[in-house]
Design a protein around this ligand. Structure first.
Ligand SMILES: C[S@@+](CC[C@H](N)C(=O)[O-])C[C@H]1O[C@@H](n2cnc3c(N)ncnc32)[C@H](O)[C@@H]1O
Length: 270
């Protein structure tokens, strides 16, 4: 299935396997705080849950491990990731159905799910509102949707400060926007859910901080794959990336260094 998205795993980074590992690191980085919010927004065991843009299935795995009687339907557009997820989640296949399809036209019946999670997907779509409306359509009345997205003006920050991170995120935003994405969408989520007729909208920014969880989860959720692709595609200067790498290593060696990163979470009820 072909549709426009600014996230195509075979294209966004230098190496697909490393990008899959990075996605795992990114799920792990936020999981504890994220899971608390899912529960706060109403997620309970035995619900029927749909996850759009489920990718390799790392979030699905965490959800099934935490709520053993959840019934999850995953809708993922990329054939390669559907295959990966089916293999990764093969032991859970009775509780988890993985469908190759698009959030823009899921073919799922309307009024059929208790809960929907859409994580790091609509920031990559040219018309996020169409995706939000499709999620509204397939939820039961009273069902809850949670959208989780980045806002790249509030991406990783560090101490000591690394000036080239701004160049990197500017280049990233330019590339994603050229491809039709919305890399600052995090802040707009409540406005978009309102437009799609969701009620009781709630919004949180969750934050991972290295002084609380250590450096390792940050190292696993970052990587040079996307920055190298930005250089290759002419969006980032190679000297800038080289200086960023030197400053990053020096930052990590600094005794009182720290890193923090945020994610927006927005929920609404149908
Ligand atoms: C950044 S990844 C996030 C994967 C996963 N949700 C996570 O948080 O780790 C974005 C995912 O959305 C998928 N995707 C992109 N466009 C899509 C669409 N129109 N419908 C469904 N999935 C889509 C991509 O293939 C990819 O797996």
């Amino acid at each position: 299935m072909k549709e426009t998205s600014s996230y195509v795993i075979s294209n966004i980074a230098y190496n697909v396997d490393k990008e899959i590992d990075r996605l795992k690191g990114q799920v792990d980085l936020f999981w504890d705080k994220e899971f608390l919010r899912y529960k706060q927004f109403g997620l309970k065991n035995k619900m029927s849950l749909v996850e759009f843009g489920s990718g390799p299935g790392f979030l699905t795995e965490k959800l099934l491990d935490s709520f053993t009687q959840l019934n999850i339907t995953c809708v993922e557009i990329d054939e390669l990731l559907v295959k990966f997820a089916k293999n990764h989640l093969r032991k859970q296949k009775k509780k988890c159905k993985i469908i190759e399809g698009s959030i823009l036209n899921s073919s799922l019946p309307e009024n059929s799910f208790d809960f929907a999670i859409v994580r790091l997907l609509i920031e990559h779509l040219p018309d996020p509102i169409d995706a939000i409306k499709e999620v509204y359509r397939i939820l039961k009345p009273g069902g809850v949707a949670v959208f989780v997205d980045n806002d790249f003006e509030m991406h990783i920050r560090s101490y000591p400060h690394i000036p080239q991170l701004k160049n990197l995120y500017d280049a990233y935003c330019k590339k994603r926007e050229d491809e039709g994405g919305h890399p600052l969408i995090g802040r707009y989520l409540p406005v978009l859910l309102n437009k799609a007729m969701f009620k009781s909208i709630d919004y949180e920014i969750i934050c991972a901080h290295s002084s609380l969880i250590g450096d390792e989860p940050f190292s696993r959720s970052e990587g040079v794959g996307i920055p190298m692709k930005l250089v290759q595609d002419g969006y980032l200067d190679s000297k800038c990336l080289a200086n960023l790498s030197i400053n990053w290593r020096n930052m990590m060696k600094s005794e009182d260094h720290l890193m923090l990163r945020q994610l927006s979470m927005c929920s609404g009820i149908k």
